[in-house]
Design a protein around this ligand. Sequence first.
Ligand SMILES: [Zn+2]
Ligand SMILES: [Zn+2]
Length: 590
Amino acid sequence: MAEQQGDLYILRHSTAHVMAQAVCDLWPGAKYAIGPPIADGFYYDFDLPEQLTPDDLEKIEKRMKHIVKQDQPFTRQELSREEALERFKDQPYKKEIIEGVEEEEGAGASTVTVYKNDGWEDLCLGPHVASTKKLGAFKLLSIAGAYWRGDEHNQQLQRIYGTAWPTQQELDDHLHRIEEAEKRDHRKLGPQLDLFSFPEELGAGLAVWHPKGGLFRKIIEDYLKDLHLRKGYEIVATPHLAKSNLWETSGHLEKYAETMYPPMHTDSADYYAKPMNCPFHVLIYKSQTRSYRDLPMRLSELGGVYRYEKAGVLHGLLRARGFTQDDSHIICMPDQLVDEVLGVFDLTLEILETFGFKNPRIALSTKPGVAIGDEEMWAKAEDALRQALDKSGMAYELDEGEGAFYGPKVDFHFKDAIGRNWQLTTIQVDFALPDRFEMEYAGEDNERHRPVMVHRAILGSIERFSGVLIEHYAGAFPLWLSPEQVRVIPIADRHHEHGEKLVTRLREEGIRAQIDASSETLNKRIREAQLQKVPYVLVAGDQEIAAGTASVRDRDGKEKRGVPFEAFIQRAVAENESRALETASLDELG
Ligand SMILES: [Zn+2]
Ligand SMILES: [Zn+2]
Protein backbone atom coordinates (compact mmCIF):
# COMPACT_ATOMS: atom_id res chain seq x y z
CA MET A 1 0.00 0.00 0.00
CA ALA A 2 2.97 2.30 0.51
CA GLU A 3 3.15 2.66 -3.26
CA GLN A 4 -0.37 4.09 -3.28
CA GLN A 5 0.72 7.12 -1.28
CA GLY A 6 3.78 7.68 -3.44
CA ASP A 7 4.46 10.50 -5.86
CA LEU A 8 4.25 8.18 -8.84
CA TYR A 9 0.79 7.11 -7.77
CA ILE A 10 -0.36 10.72 -7.50
CA LEU A 11 1.22 11.57 -10.83
CA ARG A 12 -0.50 8.67 -12.62
CA HIS A 13 -3.79 9.28 -10.92
CA SER A 14 -3.69 12.92 -12.01
CA THR A 15 -2.73 11.92 -15.54
CA ALA A 16 -5.74 9.57 -15.68
CA HIS A 17 -7.93 12.54 -14.72
CA VAL A 18 -6.56 14.67 -17.51
CA MET A 19 -6.98 11.80 -19.99
CA ALA A 20 -10.65 11.45 -19.03
CA GLN A 21 -11.06 15.21 -19.29
CA ALA A 22 -9.53 15.15 -22.79
CA VAL A 23 -11.83 12.30 -23.87
CA CYS A 24 -14.86 14.24 -22.62
CA ASP A 25 -13.67 17.34 -24.49
CA LEU A 26 -13.27 15.37 -27.72
CA TRP A 27 -16.43 13.25 -27.45
CA PRO A 28 -19.12 15.41 -25.89
CA GLY A 29 -21.57 13.21 -24.04
CA ALA A 30 -18.89 10.65 -23.15
CA LYS A 31 -19.70 8.67 -20.01
CA TYR A 32 -16.71 8.01 -17.81
CA ALA A 33 -16.58 5.15 -15.31
CA ILE A 34 -13.43 4.53 -13.26
CA GLY A 35 -9.72 5.10 -13.83
CA PRO A 36 -7.21 3.99 -11.21
CA PRO A 37 -3.41 4.02 -11.31
CA ILE A 38 -1.94 0.54 -11.84
CA ALA A 39 1.58 -0.89 -11.86
CA ASP A 40 3.58 1.28 -14.31
CA GLY A 41 0.64 3.41 -15.38
CA PHE A 42 -3.08 3.95 -15.30
CA TYR A 43 -6.28 3.31 -17.20
CA TYR A 44 -9.70 4.84 -17.54
CA ASP A 45 -12.94 3.17 -18.70
CA PHE A 46 -15.36 5.01 -20.99
CA ASP A 47 -18.76 4.49 -22.52
CA LEU A 48 -18.51 6.20 -25.90
CA PRO A 49 -20.80 6.37 -28.93
CA GLU A 50 -18.04 5.13 -31.24
CA GLN A 51 -15.28 2.54 -31.18
CA LEU A 52 -11.87 4.14 -30.53
CA THR A 53 -8.98 3.40 -32.87
CA PRO A 54 -5.23 3.71 -32.26
CA ASP A 55 -5.31 7.03 -34.14
CA ASP A 56 -7.65 8.36 -31.49
CA LEU A 57 -4.94 7.83 -28.85
CA GLU A 58 -2.80 10.43 -30.59
CA LYS A 59 -5.73 12.81 -30.72
CA ILE A 60 -6.37 12.34 -27.01
CA GLU A 61 -2.69 12.82 -26.16
CA LYS A 62 -2.67 16.06 -28.12
CA ARG A 63 -5.69 17.32 -26.22
CA MET A 64 -4.06 16.28 -22.92
CA LYS A 65 -0.98 18.32 -23.80
CA HIS A 66 -3.25 21.28 -24.46
CA ILE A 67 -4.81 20.88 -20.99
CA VAL A 68 -1.33 20.61 -19.44
CA LYS A 69 -0.27 23.83 -21.14
CA GLN A 70 -3.23 25.68 -19.65
CA ASP A 71 -1.91 24.88 -16.18
CA GLN A 72 -5.36 24.27 -14.71
CA PRO A 73 -5.30 23.92 -10.92
CA PHE A 74 -6.95 20.84 -9.37
CA THR A 75 -9.39 21.92 -6.68
CA ARG A 76 -11.07 19.80 -4.06
CA GLN A 77 -14.73 20.11 -3.16
CA GLU A 78 -16.96 18.31 -0.71
CA LEU A 79 -20.54 17.82 -1.79
CA SER A 80 -23.55 16.29 -0.13
CA ARG A 81 -24.77 13.12 -1.78
CA GLU A 82 -27.75 14.96 -3.18
CA GLU A 83 -25.56 17.68 -4.66
CA ALA A 84 -23.25 15.07 -6.13
CA LEU A 85 -26.11 13.11 -7.69
CA GLU A 86 -27.35 16.33 -9.27
CA ARG A 87 -23.87 17.34 -10.44
CA PHE A 88 -23.30 13.93 -12.10
CA LYS A 89 -26.85 13.46 -13.33
CA ASP A 90 -25.64 12.74 -16.89
CA GLN A 91 -23.01 10.27 -15.70
CA PRO A 92 -24.73 6.97 -14.87
CA TYR A 93 -21.55 5.22 -13.70
CA LYS A 94 -20.67 8.02 -11.32
CA LYS A 95 -24.24 8.04 -10.03
CA GLU A 96 -24.01 4.33 -9.34
CA ILE A 97 -20.79 4.90 -7.39
CA ILE A 98 -22.36 7.73 -5.37
CA GLU A 99 -25.39 5.56 -4.64
CA GLY A 100 -23.05 2.73 -3.68
CA VAL A 101 -21.37 4.93 -1.05
CA GLU A 102 -24.62 4.86 0.88
CA GLU A 103 -25.05 1.11 0.57
CA GLU A 104 -21.55 0.38 1.69
CA GLU A 105 -21.08 2.94 4.40
CA GLY A 106 -24.60 3.51 5.69
CA ALA A 107 -26.82 6.53 5.38
CA GLY A 108 -24.45 8.55 7.57
CA ALA A 109 -21.71 8.72 4.94
CA SER A 110 -23.31 11.59 3.15
CA THR A 111 -20.43 13.62 1.74
CA VAL A 112 -18.74 12.97 -1.55
CA THR A 113 -15.36 14.38 -2.55
CA VAL A 114 -14.89 15.79 -6.00
CA TYR A 115 -11.79 17.09 -7.77
CA LYS A 116 -12.31 19.69 -10.40
CA ASN A 117 -10.10 21.44 -12.92
CA ASP A 118 -11.37 23.85 -15.48
CA GLY A 119 -14.97 22.76 -16.04
CA TRP A 120 -14.27 19.06 -15.68
CA GLU A 121 -14.71 17.11 -12.46
CA ASP A 122 -14.47 13.61 -11.09
CA LEU A 123 -15.38 11.76 -7.94
CA CYS A 124 -12.18 11.18 -6.13
CA LEU A 125 -10.46 11.25 -2.76
CA GLY A 126 -7.23 12.65 -4.19
CA PRO A 127 -4.55 13.65 -3.74
CA HIS A 128 -3.50 15.18 -7.03
CA VAL A 129 -0.60 17.22 -8.29
CA ALA A 130 -1.25 20.94 -7.81
CA SER A 131 -2.10 21.73 -11.41
CA THR A 132 -2.11 20.13 -14.85
CA LYS A 133 1.29 21.63 -15.66
CA LYS A 134 2.79 19.45 -12.94
CA LEU A 135 2.11 16.25 -14.89
CA GLY A 136 5.26 14.49 -16.10
CA ALA A 137 5.83 12.63 -19.33
CA PHE A 138 2.97 10.40 -20.44
CA LYS A 139 1.94 8.13 -23.27
CA LEU A 140 -1.31 6.36 -24.10
CA LEU A 141 -0.60 2.75 -24.93
CA SER A 142 -3.64 0.72 -25.88
CA ILE A 143 -7.41 0.30 -26.01
CA ALA A 144 -9.16 -2.75 -24.59
CA GLY A 145 -12.68 -3.87 -23.78
CA ALA A 146 -13.71 -4.01 -20.11
CA TYR A 147 -17.04 -4.65 -18.45
CA TRP A 148 -18.39 -2.17 -15.94
CA ARG A 149 -17.41 -3.49 -12.51
CA GLY A 150 -15.69 -6.44 -14.24
CA ASP A 151 -19.03 -8.19 -14.69
CA GLU A 152 -19.74 -9.61 -18.14
CA HIS A 153 -23.49 -9.02 -17.66
CA ASN A 154 -22.83 -5.29 -17.47
CA GLN A 155 -22.23 -2.73 -20.17
CA GLN A 156 -19.00 -3.20 -22.11
CA LEU A 157 -16.76 -0.17 -21.86
CA GLN A 158 -13.64 0.97 -23.71
CA ARG A 159 -10.56 1.03 -21.55
CA ILE A 160 -7.60 3.22 -22.44
CA TYR A 161 -4.27 2.28 -20.91
CA GLY A 162 -1.49 4.79 -20.45
CA THR A 163 1.74 5.28 -18.60
CA ALA A 164 3.17 8.33 -16.87
CA TRP A 165 6.59 9.13 -15.43
CA PRO A 166 8.22 12.16 -13.82
CA THR A 167 10.65 12.68 -16.73
CA GLN A 168 10.83 12.01 -20.46
CA GLN A 169 13.91 9.85 -19.89
CA GLU A 170 12.02 7.59 -17.48
CA LEU A 171 9.14 7.34 -19.93
CA ASP A 172 11.50 6.45 -22.77
CA ASP A 173 13.19 3.81 -20.64
CA HIS A 174 9.84 2.34 -19.73
CA LEU A 175 8.66 2.23 -23.34
CA HIS A 176 11.90 0.55 -24.27
CA ARG A 177 11.33 -2.06 -21.55
CA ILE A 178 7.80 -2.74 -22.84
CA GLU A 179 9.10 -3.17 -26.37
CA GLU A 180 11.86 -5.50 -25.15
CA ALA A 181 9.44 -7.48 -22.99
CA GLU A 182 7.13 -8.00 -25.97
CA LYS A 183 9.99 -9.21 -28.12
CA ARG A 184 11.02 -11.61 -25.34
CA ASP A 185 7.57 -12.88 -24.39
CA HIS A 186 8.08 -16.60 -23.75
CA ARG A 187 4.51 -17.32 -24.83
CA LYS A 188 5.51 -16.19 -28.30
CA LEU A 189 9.11 -17.42 -28.36
CA GLY A 190 8.34 -20.85 -26.85
CA PRO A 191 6.19 -22.09 -29.74
CA GLN A 192 8.37 -20.21 -32.27
CA LEU A 193 11.45 -22.08 -31.02
CA ASP A 194 9.35 -25.27 -30.91
CA LEU A 195 9.95 -25.73 -27.18
CA PHE A 196 6.41 -26.13 -25.83
CA SER A 197 2.76 -25.32 -26.41
CA PHE A 198 -0.46 -25.07 -24.41
CA PRO A 199 -2.98 -27.17 -26.38
CA GLU A 200 -6.53 -26.12 -25.66
CA GLU A 201 -7.58 -29.80 -25.48
CA LEU A 202 -5.43 -30.21 -22.37
CA GLY A 203 -7.04 -27.54 -20.23
CA ALA A 204 -5.84 -24.07 -19.31
CA GLY A 205 -2.44 -23.74 -17.67
CA LEU A 206 -1.11 -27.12 -18.81
CA ALA A 207 1.82 -27.29 -21.24
CA VAL A 208 3.26 -30.02 -23.43
CA TRP A 209 7.00 -29.95 -24.13
CA HIS A 210 8.08 -30.66 -27.69
CA PRO A 211 11.30 -32.57 -28.47
CA LYS A 212 13.48 -29.44 -28.35
CA GLY A 213 11.79 -28.38 -25.12
CA GLY A 214 12.23 -31.86 -23.68
CA LEU A 215 15.94 -31.63 -24.45
CA PHE A 216 16.11 -28.13 -22.95
CA ARG A 217 14.56 -29.45 -19.75
CA LYS A 218 16.89 -32.45 -19.68
CA ILE A 219 19.90 -30.12 -19.80
CA ILE A 220 18.59 -28.14 -16.84
CA GLU A 221 17.45 -31.20 -14.93
CA ASP A 222 20.68 -33.17 -15.42
CA TYR A 223 22.74 -30.21 -14.25
CA LEU A 224 20.56 -29.85 -11.15
CA LYS A 225 20.47 -33.54 -10.27
CA ASP A 226 24.22 -34.05 -10.65
CA LEU A 227 25.00 -30.95 -8.62
CA HIS A 228 22.57 -31.95 -5.86
CA LEU A 229 24.14 -35.41 -5.60
CA ARG A 230 27.56 -33.78 -5.30
CA LYS A 231 26.23 -31.50 -2.52
CA GLY A 232 25.00 -34.39 -0.41
CA TYR A 233 21.36 -34.49 -1.48
CA GLU A 234 19.57 -37.77 -2.23
CA ILE A 235 17.18 -38.11 -5.14
CA VAL A 236 13.71 -39.50 -4.54
CA ALA A 237 10.55 -39.93 -6.61
CA THR A 238 6.92 -39.76 -5.49
CA PRO A 239 3.49 -40.14 -7.15
CA HIS A 240 1.15 -37.36 -8.25
CA LEU A 241 -1.80 -38.37 -6.05
CA ALA A 242 -2.47 -39.03 -2.41
CA LYS A 243 -5.45 -39.86 -0.25
CA SER A 244 -7.26 -37.12 1.60
CA ASN A 245 -6.01 -38.26 5.02
CA LEU A 246 -2.45 -37.31 4.03
CA TRP A 247 -3.59 -33.78 3.18
CA GLU A 248 -5.56 -33.61 6.41
CA THR A 249 -2.49 -34.48 8.46
CA SER A 250 -0.32 -32.04 6.52
CA GLY A 251 -2.81 -29.20 6.97
CA HIS A 252 -3.21 -28.64 3.21
CA LEU A 253 -6.93 -29.43 3.18
CA GLU A 254 -7.44 -27.00 6.01
CA LYS A 255 -5.27 -24.10 4.77
CA TYR A 256 -4.66 -24.68 1.08
CA ALA A 257 -7.75 -26.47 -0.30
CA GLU A 258 -8.87 -23.63 -2.56
CA THR A 259 -5.65 -23.96 -4.59
CA MET A 260 -6.03 -27.75 -4.94
CA TYR A 261 -7.87 -29.51 -7.75
CA PRO A 262 -11.13 -31.05 -6.50
CA PRO A 263 -10.87 -34.62 -5.20
CA MET A 264 -11.22 -37.81 -7.24
CA HIS A 265 -13.69 -40.10 -5.51
CA THR A 266 -12.96 -43.82 -5.40
CA ASP A 267 -14.51 -46.70 -3.44
CA SER A 268 -11.87 -46.59 -0.77
CA ALA A 269 -10.94 -42.91 -0.46
CA ASP A 270 -10.84 -39.44 -1.99
CA TYR A 271 -7.61 -38.72 -3.84
CA TYR A 272 -6.08 -35.33 -4.52
CA ALA A 273 -3.50 -34.30 -7.10
CA LYS A 274 -0.58 -32.99 -5.08
CA PRO A 275 -0.07 -29.24 -4.79
CA MET A 276 3.21 -29.81 -2.91
CA ASN A 277 5.70 -32.64 -2.44
CA CYS A 278 6.44 -32.19 1.26
CA PRO A 279 4.17 -34.87 2.81
CA PHE A 280 5.58 -37.52 0.46
CA HIS A 281 9.13 -36.76 1.56
CA VAL A 282 7.99 -36.95 5.17
CA LEU A 283 6.71 -40.47 4.47
CA ILE A 284 10.09 -41.44 3.00
CA TYR A 285 11.74 -40.19 6.17
CA LYS A 286 9.26 -42.13 8.26
CA SER A 287 9.76 -45.39 6.34
CA GLN A 288 12.52 -46.28 8.80
CA THR A 289 13.56 -45.54 12.35
CA ARG A 290 16.03 -42.65 12.10
CA SER A 291 18.92 -41.76 14.33
CA TYR A 292 20.99 -38.61 14.69
CA ARG A 293 23.57 -40.31 12.46
CA ASP A 294 21.13 -40.15 9.53
CA LEU A 295 20.82 -36.38 9.82
CA PRO A 296 20.82 -34.08 8.01
CA MET A 297 18.82 -35.93 5.39
CA ARG A 298 18.42 -33.96 2.19
CA LEU A 299 15.69 -35.38 -0.05
CA SER A 300 15.46 -33.92 -3.53
CA GLU A 301 12.90 -34.35 -6.27
CA LEU A 302 11.86 -32.68 -9.46
CA GLY A 303 8.31 -33.06 -8.30
CA GLY A 304 5.28 -32.42 -10.52
CA VAL A 305 2.55 -30.53 -8.69
CA TYR A 306 -0.92 -29.26 -9.67
CA ARG A 307 -2.53 -26.08 -8.46
CA TYR A 308 -5.92 -24.88 -9.51
CA GLU A 309 -4.95 -21.27 -10.14
CA LYS A 310 -7.73 -18.91 -11.19
CA ALA A 311 -8.00 -18.66 -14.98
CA GLY A 312 -7.43 -14.92 -14.84
CA VAL A 313 -3.97 -15.19 -13.27
CA LEU A 314 -2.60 -17.89 -15.61
CA HIS A 315 0.32 -16.56 -17.65
CA GLY A 316 2.09 -19.09 -19.87
CA LEU A 317 4.82 -20.95 -18.05
CA LEU A 318 5.15 -18.21 -15.45
CA ARG A 319 1.85 -19.10 -13.82
CA ALA A 320 0.62 -22.57 -14.83
CA ARG A 321 -1.61 -25.19 -13.26
CA GLY A 322 0.81 -28.10 -13.60
CA PHE A 323 4.52 -27.66 -13.00
CA THR A 324 7.66 -29.32 -11.71
CA GLN A 325 9.24 -27.91 -8.60
CA ASP A 326 12.98 -28.35 -8.01
CA ASP A 327 11.94 -29.29 -4.55
CA SER A 328 14.05 -30.49 -1.66
CA HIS A 329 13.37 -31.09 1.99
CA ILE A 330 16.19 -31.05 4.47
CA ILE A 331 15.39 -32.86 7.67
CA CYS A 332 17.87 -32.07 10.41
CA MET A 333 18.48 -31.59 14.12
CA PRO A 334 17.70 -28.12 15.45
CA ASP A 335 21.40 -27.33 15.99
CA GLN A 336 22.15 -28.16 12.34
CA LEU A 337 19.53 -25.78 11.04
CA VAL A 338 21.55 -22.61 10.57
CA ASP A 339 24.35 -24.43 8.73
CA GLU A 340 21.86 -26.20 6.49
CA VAL A 341 20.19 -22.92 5.56
CA LEU A 342 23.62 -21.42 4.85
CA GLY A 343 24.33 -24.39 2.60
CA VAL A 344 21.14 -23.66 0.66
CA PHE A 345 22.18 -20.00 0.27
CA ASP A 346 25.51 -21.10 -1.24
CA LEU A 347 23.86 -23.59 -3.56
CA THR A 348 21.35 -20.95 -4.66
CA LEU A 349 24.06 -18.46 -5.58
CA GLU A 350 26.05 -21.12 -7.43
CA ILE A 351 23.09 -22.40 -9.45
CA LEU A 352 21.62 -19.03 -10.37
CA GLU A 353 25.02 -17.65 -11.34
CA THR A 354 25.50 -20.62 -13.66
CA PHE A 355 22.28 -19.61 -15.42
CA GLY A 356 23.39 -15.97 -15.61
CA PHE A 357 21.71 -14.37 -12.59
CA LYS A 358 23.59 -12.45 -9.91
CA ASN A 359 23.18 -10.00 -7.04
CA PRO A 360 19.80 -11.10 -5.66
CA ARG A 361 17.52 -8.99 -3.54
CA ILE A 362 16.87 -11.10 -0.45
CA ALA A 363 13.77 -10.89 1.73
CA LEU A 364 12.82 -12.55 5.01
CA SER A 365 9.05 -13.17 5.13
CA THR A 366 7.31 -13.54 8.47
CA LYS A 367 4.10 -15.18 9.73
CA PRO A 368 1.04 -14.66 7.49
CA GLY A 369 -2.59 -14.27 8.59
CA VAL A 370 -3.43 -17.90 7.81
CA ALA A 371 -0.91 -20.17 9.53
CA ILE A 372 -0.45 -23.40 11.44
CA GLY A 373 1.82 -23.85 14.47
CA ASP A 374 2.17 -21.79 17.64
CA GLU A 375 3.99 -18.51 18.22
CA GLU A 376 6.99 -20.21 19.76
CA MET A 377 7.56 -22.34 16.68
CA TRP A 378 7.35 -19.29 14.44
CA ALA A 379 9.78 -17.39 16.62
CA LYS A 380 12.29 -20.26 16.56
CA ALA A 381 12.00 -20.65 12.81
CA GLU A 382 12.36 -16.92 12.13
CA ASP A 383 15.30 -16.78 14.46
CA ALA A 384 17.09 -19.56 12.57
CA LEU A 385 16.62 -17.79 9.24
CA ARG A 386 17.78 -14.49 10.71
CA GLN A 387 20.88 -16.12 12.18
CA ALA A 388 21.72 -17.70 8.84
CA LEU A 389 21.19 -14.40 7.01
CA ASP A 390 23.36 -12.52 9.50
CA LYS A 391 26.06 -15.16 9.29
CA SER A 392 26.00 -15.06 5.48
CA GLY A 393 26.77 -11.34 5.53
CA MET A 394 24.22 -10.74 2.77
CA ALA A 395 21.91 -7.75 3.04
CA TYR A 396 18.20 -8.54 3.34
CA GLU A 397 14.82 -6.88 3.73
CA LEU A 398 11.82 -7.80 5.83
CA ASP A 399 8.47 -8.76 4.20
CA GLU A 400 6.01 -8.81 7.09
CA GLY A 401 3.24 -11.40 6.85
CA GLU A 402 4.46 -12.93 3.57
CA GLY A 403 5.58 -16.33 4.95
CA ALA A 404 4.16 -19.75 3.96
CA PHE A 405 1.30 -21.08 6.08
CA TYR A 406 3.63 -23.54 7.82
CA GLY A 407 6.70 -21.37 8.36
CA PRO A 408 8.69 -18.20 7.65
CA LYS A 409 10.83 -18.05 4.52
CA VAL A 410 13.71 -16.35 2.79
CA ASP A 411 13.18 -15.44 -0.86
CA PHE A 412 15.78 -14.54 -3.45
CA HIS A 413 14.71 -12.17 -6.24
CA PHE A 414 16.91 -11.85 -9.31
CA LYS A 415 16.95 -9.15 -12.00
CA ASP A 416 16.76 -10.20 -15.63
CA ALA A 417 18.41 -8.68 -18.69
CA ILE A 418 15.81 -5.90 -18.94
CA GLY A 419 15.72 -5.07 -15.26
CA ARG A 420 12.63 -7.00 -14.19
CA ASN A 421 12.69 -8.72 -10.80
CA TRP A 422 11.83 -12.41 -10.51
CA GLN A 423 11.32 -14.17 -7.23
CA LEU A 424 12.97 -17.51 -7.89
CA THR A 425 14.37 -19.13 -4.76
CA THR A 426 12.43 -19.80 -1.62
CA ILE A 427 13.74 -21.35 1.60
CA GLN A 428 11.31 -22.13 4.43
CA VAL A 429 11.92 -23.38 7.94
CA ASP A 430 9.21 -25.59 9.36
CA PHE A 431 8.70 -26.96 12.85
CA ALA A 432 5.00 -27.66 12.25
CA LEU A 433 5.00 -30.54 9.73
CA PRO A 434 7.46 -32.65 11.77
CA ASP A 435 5.02 -32.24 14.66
CA ARG A 436 1.93 -33.05 12.66
CA PHE A 437 3.54 -36.17 11.19
CA GLU A 438 5.23 -37.09 14.50
CA MET A 439 8.63 -37.35 12.87
CA GLU A 440 11.36 -38.58 15.20
CA TYR A 441 14.99 -39.52 15.47
CA ALA A 442 16.95 -41.23 18.22
CA GLY A 443 19.47 -38.79 19.65
CA GLU A 444 22.95 -39.47 20.97
CA ASP A 445 21.24 -39.71 24.35
CA ASN A 446 19.07 -42.56 23.00
CA GLU A 447 15.97 -40.44 23.59
CA ARG A 448 13.44 -39.63 20.89
CA HIS A 449 13.66 -36.13 19.41
CA ARG A 450 11.78 -34.14 16.82
CA PRO A 451 13.70 -33.00 13.73
CA VAL A 452 13.21 -29.70 11.87
CA MET A 453 12.38 -29.43 8.20
CA VAL A 454 13.64 -26.99 5.57
CA HIS A 455 11.57 -26.68 2.38
CA ARG A 456 13.44 -25.18 -0.52
CA ALA A 457 13.07 -24.66 -4.26
CA ILE A 458 15.99 -22.89 -5.91
CA LEU A 459 14.65 -22.27 -9.41
CA GLY A 460 11.04 -22.39 -8.24
CA SER A 461 9.79 -24.69 -10.95
CA ILE A 462 11.33 -25.95 -14.17
CA GLU A 463 8.43 -24.47 -16.13
CA ARG A 464 8.48 -21.01 -14.60
CA PHE A 465 12.27 -20.83 -14.66
CA SER A 466 12.26 -21.87 -18.33
CA GLY A 467 9.90 -18.97 -19.00
CA VAL A 468 12.24 -16.63 -17.16
CA LEU A 469 15.27 -17.99 -19.06
CA ILE A 470 13.55 -17.58 -22.43
CA GLU A 471 12.70 -13.96 -21.62
CA HIS A 472 16.08 -13.20 -20.04
CA TYR A 473 17.98 -14.48 -23.09
CA ALA A 474 15.27 -13.61 -25.63
CA GLY A 475 15.55 -17.26 -26.69
CA ALA A 476 19.26 -16.94 -27.55
CA PHE A 477 20.53 -19.26 -24.83
CA PRO A 478 24.16 -19.74 -23.89
CA LEU A 479 25.69 -22.67 -25.76
CA TRP A 480 25.35 -25.10 -22.85
CA LEU A 481 21.60 -24.45 -22.58
CA SER A 482 20.85 -24.49 -26.32
CA PRO A 483 18.95 -27.63 -27.35
CA GLU A 484 20.62 -27.40 -30.75
CA GLN A 485 24.14 -26.04 -30.45
CA VAL A 486 25.49 -26.32 -33.96
CA ARG A 487 23.71 -26.56 -37.31
CA VAL A 488 25.65 -27.85 -40.26
CA ILE A 489 24.58 -26.58 -43.69
CA PRO A 490 26.11 -28.27 -46.75
CA ILE A 491 26.18 -25.84 -49.65
CA ALA A 492 25.05 -28.29 -52.35
CA ASP A 493 23.72 -31.85 -52.59
CA ARG A 494 27.18 -33.22 -53.22
CA HIS A 495 28.36 -31.90 -49.85
CA HIS A 496 25.72 -33.72 -47.79
CA GLU A 497 27.86 -36.73 -47.01
CA HIS A 498 30.63 -34.49 -45.71
CA GLY A 499 28.04 -32.55 -43.67
CA GLU A 500 26.87 -35.78 -42.04
CA LYS A 501 30.47 -36.56 -41.13
CA LEU A 502 30.82 -33.19 -39.43
CA VAL A 503 27.65 -33.81 -37.44
CA THR A 504 28.88 -37.25 -36.36
CA ARG A 505 32.23 -35.79 -35.32
CA LEU A 506 30.53 -33.00 -33.31
CA ARG A 507 28.24 -35.48 -31.58
CA GLU A 508 31.24 -37.66 -30.68
CA GLU A 509 32.53 -34.68 -28.75
CA GLY A 510 29.22 -34.21 -26.95
CA ILE A 511 28.02 -31.29 -29.06
CA ARG A 512 24.32 -31.27 -30.01
CA ALA A 513 24.46 -30.87 -33.78
CA GLN A 514 21.91 -31.14 -36.60
CA ILE A 515 22.23 -30.99 -40.36
CA ASP A 516 19.95 -28.97 -42.61
CA ALA A 517 20.14 -30.80 -45.92
CA SER A 518 16.82 -29.49 -47.19
CA SER A 519 16.49 -28.20 -50.71
CA GLU A 520 15.99 -24.58 -49.62
CA THR A 521 18.51 -22.00 -50.79
CA LEU A 522 21.64 -21.53 -48.70
CA ASN A 523 20.54 -18.09 -47.53
CA LYS A 524 17.13 -19.33 -46.51
CA ARG A 525 18.65 -22.17 -44.49
CA ILE A 526 21.07 -19.82 -42.75
CA ARG A 527 18.22 -17.45 -41.99
CA GLU A 528 16.14 -20.29 -40.55
CA ALA A 529 18.98 -21.36 -38.23
CA GLN A 530 19.27 -17.77 -37.01
CA LEU A 531 15.52 -17.58 -36.36
CA GLN A 532 15.85 -20.76 -34.32
CA LYS A 533 18.66 -19.00 -32.39
CA VAL A 534 21.15 -21.82 -33.02
CA PRO A 535 24.44 -20.51 -31.56
CA TYR A 536 26.71 -21.65 -34.42
CA VAL A 537 26.04 -22.42 -38.05
CA LEU A 538 28.72 -24.22 -40.04
CA VAL A 539 28.59 -23.94 -43.79
CA ALA A 540 30.73 -26.28 -45.88
CA GLY A 541 31.28 -26.64 -49.65
CA ASP A 542 34.09 -27.73 -51.97
CA GLN A 543 36.62 -25.24 -50.68
CA GLU A 544 35.98 -26.03 -47.00
CA ILE A 545 36.03 -29.77 -47.56
CA ALA A 546 39.38 -29.55 -49.31
CA ALA A 547 40.89 -27.42 -46.53
CA GLY A 548 39.28 -29.21 -43.53
CA THR A 549 37.57 -25.97 -42.54
CA ALA A 550 34.10 -24.52 -42.21
CA SER A 551 32.56 -21.12 -42.57
CA VAL A 552 31.15 -20.26 -39.11
CA ARG A 553 28.24 -17.91 -38.51
CA ASP A 554 26.90 -16.73 -35.19
CA ARG A 555 23.34 -15.78 -34.25
CA ASP A 556 23.90 -12.15 -35.20
CA GLY A 557 24.73 -13.21 -38.73
CA LYS A 558 28.45 -12.46 -38.43
CA GLU A 559 30.60 -14.81 -40.44
CA LYS A 560 34.15 -16.10 -40.29
CA ARG A 561 35.44 -18.15 -43.19
CA GLY A 562 38.09 -20.83 -43.19
CA VAL A 563 37.88 -21.85 -39.53
CA PRO A 564 39.73 -25.17 -39.06
CA PHE A 565 37.01 -27.65 -38.11
CA GLU A 566 38.95 -29.33 -35.28
CA ALA A 567 39.78 -25.95 -33.76
CA PHE A 568 36.10 -25.06 -33.83
CA ILE A 569 35.22 -28.31 -32.05
CA GLN A 570 37.76 -27.64 -29.33
CA ARG A 571 36.41 -24.19 -28.78
CA ALA A 572 32.78 -25.37 -28.70
CA VAL A 573 33.54 -28.20 -26.29
CA ALA A 574 35.34 -25.83 -23.91
CA GLU A 575 32.47 -23.36 -24.07
CA ASN A 576 29.92 -26.10 -23.47
CA GLU A 577 31.72 -27.77 -20.61
CA SER A 578 32.50 -24.56 -18.77
CA ARG A 579 28.85 -23.54 -19.13
CA ALA A 580 30.05 -20.20 -20.47
CA LEU A 581 27.32 -17.56 -20.60
CA GLU A 582 28.71 -15.83 -23.67
CA THR A 583 29.28 -17.51 -27.00
CA ALA A 584 32.78 -17.14 -28.40
CA SER A 585 33.39 -14.16 -30.59
CA LEU A 586 34.16 -15.34 -34.08
CA ASP A 587 37.57 -13.66 -33.97
CA GLU A 588 38.63 -16.09 -31.28
CA LEU A 589 37.93 -19.02 -33.58
CA GLY A 590 40.83 -20.53 -35.50
ZN1 LIG B 1 -8.61 11.99 -8.70
ZN1 LIG C 1 7.84 -28.57 1.06
